[in-house]
Design a binder for this molecule. Structure first.
Ligand SMILES: *Cc1c(COP(=O)(O)O)cnc(C)c1O
Length: 381
Protein backbone atom coordinates (compact mmCIF):
# COMPACT_ATOMS: atom_id res chain seq x y z
CA UNK A 1 0.00 0.00 0.00
CA UNK A 2 1.24 3.43 -0.91
CA UNK A 3 -0.65 6.35 0.65
CA UNK A 4 0.85 8.71 -1.97
CA UNK A 5 -0.28 6.75 -5.02
CA UNK A 6 -3.08 9.21 -5.71
CA UNK A 7 -0.51 11.89 -6.58
CA UNK A 8 0.37 10.28 -9.91
CA UNK A 9 -3.29 9.96 -10.91
CA UNK A 10 -4.03 13.54 -9.91
CA UNK A 11 -1.09 14.84 -11.90
CA UNK A 12 -2.25 12.87 -14.95
CA UNK A 13 -5.67 14.50 -14.66
CA UNK A 14 -4.06 17.94 -14.47
CA UNK A 15 -2.01 17.16 -17.60
CA UNK A 16 -5.02 15.90 -19.53
CA UNK A 17 -6.93 19.14 -18.87
CA UNK A 18 -3.95 21.24 -20.03
CA UNK A 19 -3.89 22.69 -16.55
CA UNK A 20 -0.37 21.50 -15.74
CA UNK A 21 2.08 24.20 -14.61
CA UNK A 22 5.84 24.22 -14.14
CA UNK A 23 8.55 26.81 -13.59
CA UNK A 24 11.07 28.29 -16.04
CA UNK A 25 14.11 30.13 -14.71
CA UNK A 26 14.86 33.64 -15.95
CA UNK A 27 18.65 33.86 -16.15
CA UNK A 28 19.09 37.61 -16.50
CA UNK A 29 18.53 40.87 -14.64
CA UNK A 30 14.84 41.80 -14.23
CA UNK A 31 13.52 44.25 -16.80
CA UNK A 32 11.90 44.69 -20.19
CA UNK A 33 14.49 42.37 -21.79
CA UNK A 34 15.08 39.01 -20.16
CA UNK A 35 16.84 35.78 -20.99
CA UNK A 36 15.15 32.38 -20.77
CA UNK A 37 16.88 29.15 -21.79
CA UNK A 38 19.59 31.14 -23.55
CA UNK A 39 17.02 33.09 -25.55
CA UNK A 40 16.55 36.85 -25.33
CA UNK A 41 12.86 37.75 -24.90
CA UNK A 42 10.75 40.86 -24.35
CA UNK A 43 9.09 40.59 -20.98
CA UNK A 44 5.31 41.06 -20.84
CA UNK A 45 4.87 38.86 -17.76
CA UNK A 46 6.26 41.03 -14.99
CA UNK A 47 4.48 42.93 -12.20
CA UNK A 48 7.44 45.30 -12.01
CA UNK A 49 5.37 48.03 -13.71
CA UNK A 50 7.77 50.89 -13.00
CA UNK A 51 10.99 48.94 -13.55
CA UNK A 52 12.05 49.42 -9.93
CA UNK A 53 13.13 45.82 -9.21
CA UNK A 54 16.32 46.52 -11.16
CA UNK A 55 16.74 50.15 -10.10
CA UNK A 56 20.24 50.88 -8.76
CA UNK A 57 18.84 52.92 -5.86
CA UNK A 58 16.77 50.01 -4.56
CA UNK A 59 19.74 47.70 -4.97
CA UNK A 60 21.99 50.11 -3.09
CA UNK A 61 19.44 50.48 -0.27
CA UNK A 62 19.12 46.68 0.02
CA UNK A 63 22.89 46.13 0.04
CA UNK A 64 23.47 48.88 2.59
CA UNK A 65 20.73 47.56 4.88
CA UNK A 66 22.17 44.06 4.64
CA UNK A 67 25.65 45.27 5.51
CA UNK A 68 24.35 47.27 8.43
CA UNK A 69 21.66 44.95 9.82
CA UNK A 70 22.41 41.48 8.38
CA UNK A 71 20.38 39.19 6.12
CA UNK A 72 17.59 38.19 8.49
CA UNK A 73 15.49 40.03 11.02
CA UNK A 74 15.96 37.00 13.37
CA UNK A 75 12.54 36.95 14.97
CA UNK A 76 8.94 38.04 14.94
CA UNK A 77 8.30 41.79 15.14
CA UNK A 78 6.96 41.56 18.70
CA UNK A 79 10.08 39.73 19.92
CA UNK A 80 13.49 40.34 18.30
CA UNK A 81 12.48 41.10 14.69
CA UNK A 82 11.58 44.78 14.83
CA UNK A 83 13.96 47.40 13.35
CA UNK A 84 13.72 51.15 12.83
CA UNK A 85 13.57 50.36 9.10
CA UNK A 86 10.19 48.67 9.59
CA UNK A 87 8.86 51.73 11.39
CA UNK A 88 10.17 54.05 8.66
CA UNK A 89 8.62 51.88 5.96
CA UNK A 90 5.26 51.81 7.74
CA UNK A 91 5.31 55.57 8.17
CA UNK A 92 6.15 55.99 4.47
CA UNK A 93 3.30 53.71 3.39
CA UNK A 94 0.83 55.53 5.65
CA UNK A 95 1.99 58.82 4.15
CA UNK A 96 1.62 57.49 0.58
CA UNK A 97 -1.85 56.14 1.37
CA UNK A 98 -2.88 59.19 3.42
CA UNK A 99 -3.90 56.98 6.34
CA UNK A 100 -3.13 57.27 10.05
CA UNK A 101 -1.06 54.11 10.14
CA UNK A 102 0.21 51.07 8.26
CA UNK A 103 1.61 47.63 9.07
CA UNK A 104 3.96 45.55 6.90
CA UNK A 105 3.58 41.80 6.51
CA UNK A 106 5.92 39.24 4.89
CA UNK A 107 3.74 39.19 1.76
CA UNK A 108 0.51 40.58 0.40
CA UNK A 109 -0.99 37.11 0.66
CA UNK A 110 -0.24 37.03 4.40
CA UNK A 111 -1.54 40.57 4.85
CA UNK A 112 -4.93 39.45 3.50
CA UNK A 113 -5.03 36.20 5.49
CA UNK A 114 -4.02 37.96 8.70
CA UNK A 115 -6.31 40.95 8.39
CA UNK A 116 -9.46 39.09 7.40
CA UNK A 117 -9.06 36.40 10.05
CA UNK A 118 -8.43 39.06 12.71
CA UNK A 119 -11.50 41.20 12.05
CA UNK A 120 -14.31 38.70 11.37
CA UNK A 121 -15.30 35.24 12.59
CA UNK A 122 -18.18 32.77 12.55
CA UNK A 123 -20.71 35.35 13.77
CA UNK A 124 -19.99 37.56 10.75
CA UNK A 125 -20.65 37.87 7.03
CA UNK A 126 -18.16 38.37 4.18
CA UNK A 127 -19.26 39.51 0.73
CA UNK A 128 -16.63 39.14 -1.99
CA UNK A 129 -16.34 39.70 -5.73
CA UNK A 130 -16.25 36.37 -7.59
CA UNK A 131 -12.98 37.38 -9.33
CA UNK A 132 -11.11 38.27 -6.13
CA UNK A 133 -7.52 37.17 -5.66
CA UNK A 134 -6.86 33.81 -4.03
CA UNK A 135 -5.52 35.48 -0.88
CA UNK A 136 -8.84 37.27 -0.28
CA UNK A 137 -10.83 34.10 -0.91
CA UNK A 138 -8.68 31.95 1.33
CA UNK A 139 -8.57 34.63 4.02
CA UNK A 140 -12.37 34.62 3.99
CA UNK A 141 -12.50 30.81 4.31
CA UNK A 142 -9.96 30.76 7.12
CA UNK A 143 -11.91 33.37 9.10
CA UNK A 144 -14.89 31.06 9.58
CA UNK A 145 -17.33 33.81 8.55
CA UNK A 146 -20.27 33.07 6.25
CA UNK A 147 -19.14 33.87 2.70
CA UNK A 148 -21.35 35.10 -0.13
CA UNK A 149 -19.82 35.85 -3.54
CA UNK A 150 -21.36 38.48 -5.79
CA UNK A 151 -21.00 38.34 -9.56
CA UNK A 152 -18.12 40.40 -10.86
CA UNK A 153 -18.51 44.12 -10.04
CA UNK A 154 -22.29 43.68 -9.86
CA UNK A 155 -23.47 46.38 -7.45
CA UNK A 156 -27.19 45.60 -7.76
CA UNK A 157 -26.54 41.97 -6.92
CA UNK A 158 -24.42 42.96 -3.93
CA UNK A 159 -27.12 45.31 -2.70
CA UNK A 160 -29.71 42.54 -2.92
CA UNK A 161 -27.46 40.19 -0.94
CA UNK A 162 -26.99 42.86 1.72
CA UNK A 163 -30.72 43.54 1.96
CA UNK A 164 -31.47 39.85 2.37
CA UNK A 165 -28.65 38.84 4.68
CA UNK A 166 -26.98 41.69 6.51
CA UNK A 167 -29.36 41.74 9.51
CA UNK A 168 -28.58 38.14 10.43
CA UNK A 169 -24.95 38.84 11.24
CA UNK A 170 -22.92 40.87 13.71
CA UNK A 171 -20.18 42.43 11.52
CA UNK A 172 -20.08 42.51 7.77
CA UNK A 173 -16.98 42.83 5.58
CA UNK A 174 -16.97 43.53 1.85
CA UNK A 175 -13.72 42.44 0.15
CA UNK A 176 -12.51 43.30 -3.34
CA UNK A 177 -9.45 43.66 -5.55
CA UNK A 178 -9.10 47.29 -6.65
CA UNK A 179 -7.58 46.29 -9.98
CA UNK A 180 -8.51 42.67 -10.71
CA UNK A 181 -5.26 40.81 -11.09
CA UNK A 182 -6.16 38.41 -13.89
CA UNK A 183 -8.55 40.71 -15.78
CA UNK A 184 -7.14 44.21 -15.43
CA UNK A 185 -10.43 46.01 -14.78
CA UNK A 186 -11.26 48.15 -11.73
CA UNK A 187 -13.84 47.69 -8.98
CA UNK A 188 -16.64 50.32 -8.68
CA UNK A 189 -15.14 51.74 -5.49
CA UNK A 190 -17.46 54.74 -4.85
CA UNK A 191 -20.56 52.54 -5.22
CA UNK A 192 -19.05 49.88 -2.95
CA UNK A 193 -18.32 52.55 -0.37
CA UNK A 194 -21.85 53.90 -0.37
CA UNK A 195 -23.27 50.39 0.03
CA UNK A 196 -20.82 49.74 2.86
CA UNK A 197 -22.03 52.89 4.61
CA UNK A 198 -25.69 52.16 4.04
CA UNK A 199 -25.43 48.63 5.43
CA UNK A 200 -22.86 49.27 8.19
CA UNK A 201 -20.11 47.17 6.56
CA UNK A 202 -16.33 47.33 6.67
CA UNK A 203 -14.76 47.57 3.19
CA UNK A 204 -11.39 46.00 2.43
CA UNK A 205 -9.79 46.90 -0.90
CA UNK A 206 -6.70 45.12 -2.22
CA UNK A 207 -4.52 47.57 -4.15
CA UNK A 208 -1.83 45.03 -5.15
CA UNK A 209 -1.97 45.98 -8.85
CA UNK A 210 -2.75 49.68 -8.34
CA UNK A 211 -0.20 50.85 -5.78
CA UNK A 212 2.55 52.91 -7.39
CA UNK A 213 0.78 53.25 -10.74
CA UNK A 214 -2.76 54.63 -10.27
CA UNK A 215 -3.69 57.99 -8.68
CA UNK A 216 -1.92 61.33 -8.85
CA UNK A 217 0.80 60.28 -6.39
CA UNK A 218 0.64 56.56 -7.10
CA UNK A 219 -1.34 55.74 -3.96
CA UNK A 220 -3.78 53.56 -5.91
CA UNK A 221 -7.43 53.40 -7.02
CA UNK A 222 -8.56 54.83 -3.66
CA UNK A 223 -6.63 58.00 -4.46
CA UNK A 224 -7.92 58.02 -8.04
CA UNK A 225 -11.50 58.08 -6.73
CA UNK A 226 -10.61 60.64 -4.06
CA UNK A 227 -11.59 58.24 -1.29
CA UNK A 228 -8.41 58.38 0.82
CA UNK A 229 -10.26 59.93 3.77
CA UNK A 230 -12.97 57.24 3.74
CA UNK A 231 -13.21 54.47 6.37
CA UNK A 232 -11.40 51.81 4.32
CA UNK A 233 -9.01 48.97 4.97
CA UNK A 234 -6.36 49.14 2.26
CA UNK A 235 -4.19 46.15 1.52
CA UNK A 236 -1.33 45.89 -0.91
CA UNK A 237 1.99 44.38 -1.78
CA UNK A 238 5.57 45.62 -1.82
CA UNK A 239 6.38 43.11 -4.54
CA UNK A 240 4.72 44.49 -7.67
CA UNK A 241 5.30 48.13 -8.71
CA UNK A 242 7.43 48.60 -5.56
CA UNK A 243 9.92 45.99 -6.78
CA UNK A 244 10.63 44.37 -3.39
CA UNK A 245 8.93 41.70 -1.27
CA UNK A 246 6.29 42.00 1.43
CA UNK A 247 2.74 43.24 1.96
CA UNK A 248 0.97 45.92 3.95
CA UNK A 249 -2.28 47.07 5.52
CA UNK A 250 -3.04 50.80 5.73
CA UNK A 251 -5.90 52.29 7.72
CA UNK A 252 -6.82 53.86 11.04
CA UNK A 253 -4.48 53.81 14.04
CA UNK A 254 -6.98 51.71 15.90
CA UNK A 255 -7.18 49.09 13.12
CA UNK A 256 -3.39 48.79 12.92
CA UNK A 257 -3.06 48.61 16.70
CA UNK A 258 -5.67 45.87 16.75
CA UNK A 259 -3.92 43.90 13.97
CA UNK A 260 -0.61 44.04 15.84
CA UNK A 261 -2.43 42.26 18.66
CA UNK A 262 -4.62 39.89 16.67
CA UNK A 263 -3.31 39.13 13.15
CA UNK A 264 -1.71 35.67 13.41
CA UNK A 265 0.20 35.95 10.10
CA UNK A 266 1.92 39.05 11.48
CA UNK A 267 2.44 37.96 15.10
CA UNK A 268 3.74 34.43 14.47
CA UNK A 269 6.09 35.03 11.59
CA UNK A 270 9.53 36.55 11.14
CA UNK A 271 9.80 40.27 10.43
CA UNK A 272 10.59 41.46 6.92
CA UNK A 273 14.32 41.21 6.09
CA UNK A 274 16.33 44.46 6.28
CA UNK A 275 17.06 44.25 2.53
CA UNK A 276 13.40 43.90 1.54
CA UNK A 277 12.30 46.65 3.91
CA UNK A 278 14.99 49.07 2.74
CA UNK A 279 14.31 48.41 -0.96
CA UNK A 280 10.57 48.94 -0.45
CA UNK A 281 11.18 52.16 1.47
CA UNK A 282 13.33 53.48 -1.38
CA UNK A 283 10.62 52.48 -3.87
CA UNK A 284 7.90 54.38 -1.99
CA UNK A 285 10.08 57.51 -2.12
CA UNK A 286 10.64 57.08 -5.87
CA UNK A 287 6.91 56.54 -6.49
CA UNK A 288 6.18 59.83 -4.69
CA UNK A 289 8.90 61.88 -6.37
CA UNK A 290 9.03 60.53 -9.94
CA UNK A 291 5.58 60.83 -11.55
CA UNK A 292 7.28 60.63 -14.96
CA UNK A 293 7.55 56.85 -14.51
CA UNK A 294 3.76 56.60 -14.17
CA UNK A 295 3.29 58.92 -17.14
CA UNK A 296 5.54 56.75 -19.31
CA UNK A 297 3.72 53.62 -18.15
CA UNK A 298 0.28 55.01 -19.08
CA UNK A 299 1.61 56.28 -22.38
CA UNK A 300 2.76 52.72 -23.14
CA UNK A 301 -0.50 51.17 -21.94
CA UNK A 302 -2.64 53.48 -24.08
CA UNK A 303 -0.43 52.92 -27.11
CA UNK A 304 -0.86 49.13 -26.95
CA UNK A 305 -4.60 49.28 -26.22
CA UNK A 306 -5.09 51.63 -29.12
CA UNK A 307 -3.14 49.51 -31.61
CA UNK A 308 -4.85 46.29 -30.53
CA UNK A 309 -8.34 47.77 -30.25
CA UNK A 310 -9.65 45.63 -33.13
CA UNK A 311 -8.96 42.44 -31.18
CA UNK A 312 -10.93 40.67 -28.45
CA UNK A 313 -9.33 42.45 -25.49
CA UNK A 314 -10.86 42.38 -22.00
CA UNK A 315 -12.03 45.73 -20.62
CA UNK A 316 -9.04 47.09 -18.68
CA UNK A 317 -8.22 50.11 -16.54
CA UNK A 318 -4.66 49.04 -15.82
CA UNK A 319 -1.40 47.89 -17.44
CA UNK A 320 -2.87 44.36 -17.48
CA UNK A 321 -4.13 43.62 -20.98
CA UNK A 322 -5.87 40.29 -21.62
CA UNK A 323 -6.63 38.65 -24.93
CA UNK A 324 -9.44 36.08 -24.76
CA UNK A 325 -8.71 32.59 -26.10
CA UNK A 326 -11.29 29.79 -26.47
CA UNK A 327 -9.55 26.90 -24.70
CA UNK A 328 -6.67 26.25 -22.33
CA UNK A 329 -4.93 24.29 -25.10
CA UNK A 330 -5.26 27.21 -27.53
CA UNK A 331 -3.84 29.61 -24.99
CA UNK A 332 -0.78 27.42 -24.54
CA UNK A 333 -0.25 27.16 -28.30
CA UNK A 334 -0.54 30.93 -28.70
CA UNK A 335 1.92 31.57 -25.85
CA UNK A 336 4.39 29.23 -27.57
CA UNK A 337 4.00 30.98 -30.93
CA UNK A 338 4.53 34.38 -29.31
CA UNK A 339 7.64 33.08 -27.58
CA UNK A 340 9.05 32.18 -31.00
CA UNK A 341 8.58 35.85 -31.89
CA UNK A 342 10.48 36.79 -28.70
CA UNK A 343 7.34 37.80 -26.77
CA UNK A 344 7.15 36.40 -23.23
CA UNK A 345 3.57 36.42 -21.91
CA UNK A 346 1.77 33.83 -19.81
CA UNK A 347 -1.29 31.78 -20.75
CA UNK A 348 -3.68 32.17 -17.80
CA UNK A 349 -5.98 29.18 -17.56
CA UNK A 350 -8.48 27.50 -15.25
CA UNK A 351 -8.52 26.89 -12.35
CA UNK A 352 -6.98 30.36 -11.81
CA UNK A 353 -9.65 31.94 -14.01
CA UNK A 354 -12.92 30.66 -15.51
CA UNK A 355 -11.87 31.32 -19.12
CA UNK A 356 -8.42 31.08 -20.76
CA UNK A 357 -6.51 34.14 -21.89
CA UNK A 358 -3.11 35.54 -22.77
CA UNK A 359 -2.13 38.18 -20.22
CA UNK A 360 0.24 41.03 -21.15
CA UNK A 361 1.69 43.30 -18.47
CA UNK A 362 3.00 46.61 -19.74
CA UNK A 363 5.95 48.34 -18.05
CA UNK A 364 7.22 51.92 -17.98
CA UNK A 365 10.56 50.58 -19.19
CA UNK A 366 9.22 49.06 -22.42
CA UNK A 367 10.47 51.02 -25.43
CA UNK A 368 8.30 51.82 -28.43
CA UNK A 369 10.19 49.10 -30.30
CA UNK A 370 9.29 46.51 -27.65
CA UNK A 371 5.63 47.50 -27.86
CA UNK A 372 5.66 47.42 -31.66
CA UNK A 373 7.08 43.90 -31.58
CA UNK A 374 4.27 42.84 -29.26
CA UNK A 375 1.65 44.42 -31.49
CA UNK A 376 3.05 42.82 -34.64
CA UNK A 377 3.33 39.39 -33.07
CA UNK A 378 -0.18 39.45 -31.59
CA UNK A 379 -1.72 40.61 -34.87
CA UNK A 380 0.13 37.91 -36.84
CA UNK A 381 -1.19 34.98 -34.76
C1 LIG B 1 -0.19 39.55 -6.10
C2 LIG B 1 -1.41 39.76 -5.29
C3 LIG B 1 -1.43 39.48 -3.92
C4 LIG B 1 -0.29 38.80 -3.24
O1 LIG B 1 0.78 39.65 -2.99
P1 LIG B 1 2.18 39.00 -2.66
O2 LIG B 1 2.94 40.09 -1.99
O3 LIG B 1 2.78 38.58 -3.95
O4 LIG B 1 1.94 37.84 -1.74
C5 LIG B 1 -2.57 39.79 -3.21
N1 LIG B 1 -3.65 40.32 -3.81
C6 LIG B 1 -3.67 40.59 -5.12
C7 LIG B 1 -4.89 41.21 -5.73
C8 LIG B 1 -2.55 40.30 -5.91
O5 LIG B 1 -2.59 40.55 -7.22
Amino acid sequence: MNPYQWLEKSLQTIHRANWYRSVTPITSFPGANIEIEGKSLINFASNDYLGLAGDFRLIKAAVQATQEFGTGSTGSRLLSGHRELHQELETAIASLKQTEAALVFSSGYLANLGTITAIVNNRDLILGDQYNHSSLKNGAKLSGATILEYSHCNIEYLQKQLQQNRHQYRRCLIITDSIFSMDGDACPLPQLLSLAKKFDCMLLVDEAHATGIIGATGAGLVEYFDCSNQPLIMIGTLSKALGSLGGYVAGSKMLIDFLRNRAPTWIYTTGLSPADAAAALEAVKIVQTEPQRREKLWHNVNYVKDKLSALKLFPSESPIICLGVKTAEESLILAKKLKKDRIFAPAIRPPTVPTSRLRFSIMATHTEKHLQQLINAVKKH
